[in-house]
Design a protein around this ligand. Structure first.
Ligand code: FAD
Ligand code: N01
Length: 542
């Protein structure tokens, strides 16, 4: 395709072979494009290849956290648990790769180092970390929003004599933990999942906590054949509900992180008796049933107090319980965390909590970690310290657009995109669930299907019109960024005391912006479809 005199290795280079890259390959191939997928990992699966720490699992019901593009795939795959664990999801994605014969176009252990747009030929030149150079008309970035690991830059970190492990780069061969002195930093979703598992096997576990976490019981359980069969019997309806919902969930398949407040319950109007009754009946969940807690800080603080009360009831040592009580930020500021016995773990004799607000890190030494009160001696030090999220995988590539500037520099004050799909000055480059889209706020697999479908339609449109170049206008991008910013105003994500990866606040020096559109996936996709119907009017096409 194309009318420029240049040899292309592929019509489309897809970067990443997680859920997004696998589905992009399948769809683009079906639409007649020659596709090459470049993936840094030694296997497919993305998140589910890399995050193989003990306890890793999804927090959307497996029956919904799965592809819906092929009814046969839906029917033949059997999920064993309500929230599938990492090995099962990795197996599922490998099954997808095999079933649709995707592997022949995927190059593993082939990270992308640099990408340069060649303005003269409307093509991208892609240099890999293995020293190859490839050229394609288009690039589809399926690089993930939670795929660029973040590790604190503590003094002395390289002097540690034991083993250092990152939860999101957990070695395939595993880590020897039995009977050893294990330290872990971080208690977000990853930390909360892995900490109870570590405590079961380590000789001693030391948890270094900077900020106490809101975590709610996951209620994970085996999936009964009856429940699975029932959902499978109405899968088309479930998928239609997902596609029409703001969060890409159907809410008919069981509990999820998206537990909604009761629209008729207002904590500011509640009596002491009602709150106590809620605690007795619902435990930790009593803190997230109140409609006014999402908008009013006083209501939110009352809900937080219910949560604290549950921590105090669960954790026997009052000082440890106090450290585990979130104090200085609202419920809803960070992504909700689901746990399997997290708070109970701190009642074990072999677990110590170091509250870094009271006893700060000084340095890492060969024997362990020195805090202000002394050295915690360790054999293994685990970082569950999260990600350079949303934009990190993109800015870690040396990507240069038509003006020759680096994307990293263009995004120094936060990522700027048009609907998360495109970036002005970077023609022919499309992102799946990029910064400025609904991002992590929607359940990924249905979200990916919608986004990849939109990109594939656009590329097909360009092919049909003999176009070799599509570039979004700077005005359209500015307008979209203003909308994203406006939609975040007044949300808990934007509370002044909220520091999370949603707003860049988890990484020192990172621009503090929320590159996530809060208007809901249903509204987002309606806008995207209008754009398609208009002949992609926000883009200069030639
Ligand atoms: P990823 O799975 O992140 O894949 C991106 C791929 O791109 C990776 O394989 C990476 O190696 C590759 N890549 C990146 N940069 C380069 C480069 N320069 N060169 C070559 N390759 C590159 N979402 C939910 O909706 N529900 C959940 O329950 C849920 N659970 C999660 C649990 C964990 C532990 C984590 C970390 C995330 C979870 N997520 C969840 C979010 C999850 O990332 C998405 O659901 C989904 O898996 C993303 O798929 P993806 O293909 O877009 O990105
Ligand atoms: O990362 P996080 P994550 N010193 O950023 C701490 C998805 N996910 O990997 O809060 C000391 O949430 C940091 O402390 P603080 C999900 O979308 C899903 O856990 O910044 N501590 C925090 O405790 C999730 O939201 C699942 O003060 C430091 C932790 O490290 C996203 O991935 C499972 C520190 C990081 O928490 C990211 O989760 C796993 C420092 N210098 C992941 N730097 C499911 O359950 C950071 N921390 C589906």
């Amino acid at each position: 395709m194309g009318d420029n005199d240049v040899t292309l290795d592929a019509d489309v280079i897809v970067v990443g072979a997680g859920m997004s890259g696998l589905y992009a390959l399948k769809v683009l191939r079906e639409r007649g494009f020659r596709v090459i997928v470049l993936e840094r990992a030694a296997g497919v699966g993305g998140t589910w290849f890399w995050n193989r720490y003990p306890g890793a699992r999804c927090d959307i019901p497996s029956l919904e956290y799965s592809f819906g593009f092929d009814p046969e795939l839906e029917q033949e795959w059997e999920w064993s648990e309500h929230f599938a664990a990492q090995p099962e999801i990795e197996r599922y994605l490998n099954h997808v790769a095999d079933r649709y014969e995707l592997r022949s176009d995927i190059r593993l252990e082939t990270g992308v180092a640099t990408m340069t747009f060649d303005d003269a030929t409307d093509s991208w030149v892609v240099d890999t970390e293995t020293g190859e150079t490839l050229r394609s008309r288009f690039c589809v970035m399926a690089t993930g929003g939670l795929s660029a690991p973040h590790r604190p830059d503590w003094p002395g970190i390289d002097t540690f004599a034991g083993e250092v492990v990152q939860s999101s780069l957990w070695p395939e061969e595993g880590v020897a933990l039995e009977g050893r002195r294990v330290g872990i930093v971080g208690n977000g979703s990853s930390g909360v999942q892995v900490i109870p598992e570590l405590a079961k096997v380590a000789g001693h576990l030391t948890v270094f906590q900077r900020t106490a976490t809101f975590a709610w019981p996951s209620q994970n359980r085996p999936l009964t054949p009856e429940h699975q069969a029932e959902v499978k019997s109405r899968y088309r309806e479930v998928r239609a509900q997902q596609h029409a919902s703001p969060l890409a969930t159907a809410h008919t398949t069981g509990a999820t992180i998206f537990t909604f407040a009761d629209p008729n319950k207002f904590i500011l109007e509640s009596t002491e008796e009602e709150r106590v009754a809620a605690l007795e009946e619902q435990g930790f969940n009593a803190s997230r049933i109140w409609a006014d807690a999402a908008k009013d800080m006083d209501a939110n603080e009352m809900a937080v107090e219910l949560f604290r009360e549950m921590v105090r009831r669960t954790v026997t040592d009052p000082e440890v319980a106090d450290s585990l009580c979130p104090k200085d930020y609202p419920i809803g500021c960070k992504r909700p965390v689901l746990d399997n016995g997290y708070f109970e773990t701190f009642n074990r004799d072999n677990v110590t909590l170091i509250d870094l607000r009271k006893d700060a890190i000084v340095e890492v030494v060969p024997e362990g970690v020195r805090t202000t009160t002394g050295v915690q001696e360790l054999d293994v030090l685990i970082f569950a310290t999260g990600f350079d999220a949303v934009s990190g995988a993109m800015t870690r590539i040396d990507m240069r657009g038509k003006s020759g500037r680096l994307l990293r520099d263009d995004w120094a004050d936060g990522p700027r995109t048009f609907m998360g799909f495109s970036v002005a000055d970077y023609p022919n480059m499309f992102m799946v669930i990029g910064p400025g889209s609904v991002g992590v706020l929607a359940n990924y697999p249905p979200h990916i299907e919608l986004q990849v479908g939109w990109i594939a339609d656009f590329l097909e449109y360009l092919a049909e019109h003999g176009s070799t170049r599509a570039e979004v206008g700077a005005d359209a991008q500015d307008q979209w960024c203003a909308e994203v910013e406006a939609a975040a105003v007044g949300t808990m994500f934007n509370a002044p005391n909220c520091h999370s990866w949603y707003n860049g606040g988890n990484i020192e020096g990172k621009a503090r912006v929320i590159p996530i559109y809060m208007g809901g996936l249903d509204r987002f996709m309606a806008r995207a479809q209008e754009l398609a119907t208009s002949g992609y009017e926000a883009y200069a096409i030639r």
